[in-house]
Design a protein around this ligand. Sequence first.
Ligand code: GLN
Length: 197
Amino acid sequence: MIGVLALQGNYQKHIQILDTLNIRSMEIRYPEELDSINGLVIPGGESTTITDLMNRIDFFQTLREFSKEKPILGTCAGLIMMAKSVPDSRVEPLGIIDIEIDRNAYGRQIHSFTDKLSVKLNGKESQITATFIRAPKITKVNDEVEIISEYAGEPVAVKQGLHLGLAFHPELDKVTLFHEFAFKSQFINETKKHHAA
Ligand code: GLN
C-alpha cells in the first residue's frame, strides 16, 4: 500500500499512475496514517502552503522517521519539500535528499514547458516526456546523491538511497517509470540479490 500526500495540490493523478501499475494506494492527510503504508508520494503544488499545512498537524518529525525506512517520491513542490536546503524562509524542507533548491530559478517567463528527457535508472536508459510547471532548480547536489536525468545540462531528477526527487510532473504525461521504480523495482532487485547471495 502506497500513500499519496493529499494536503494540497495535484495528488489525484498520482493515484491514477499507481492504479495503472496495480499498486494499491491511499490518500494521506494525517501523520498517523503513515503507519499503514510502505511508501509515499509527495505531489506538486505549492511548497509554502504544504509547509504551513504540515506544520499545523506536526507532520515533519513523523515523515523524517518514515523516510529512514521507506521510499518517498517527490515531484516538483514535493522535490522542494524533500531537499536539505531551500533558501526561502517560508519553506521548511524535510532534508531527505542532500540537495539545494532554488524555487523560482526559471523566472516568471518560463512558467511551464514540456520536452523529451533521457533518464538513467537501474543501469537502463529510457526516453520520457516531462512537463515542468513553475519548476524548481536543483542548484547543489552533494556526493551521496545520484543524478538520474539532466535537462539543458542541469540536474532535474535525483536519487538518494530509496528516494527519488523530480523537478517535473511525470503524472501529467502518464509516465509510470518513477513510481514503478520507487515502489516496485528496487525491492524486486533487492530480493533477487538476497536470493543470489
Ligand atoms: N513553484 C512551486 C513551489 O514553489 C512548485 C510548482 C509545482 O509543484 N508545480 O512550490
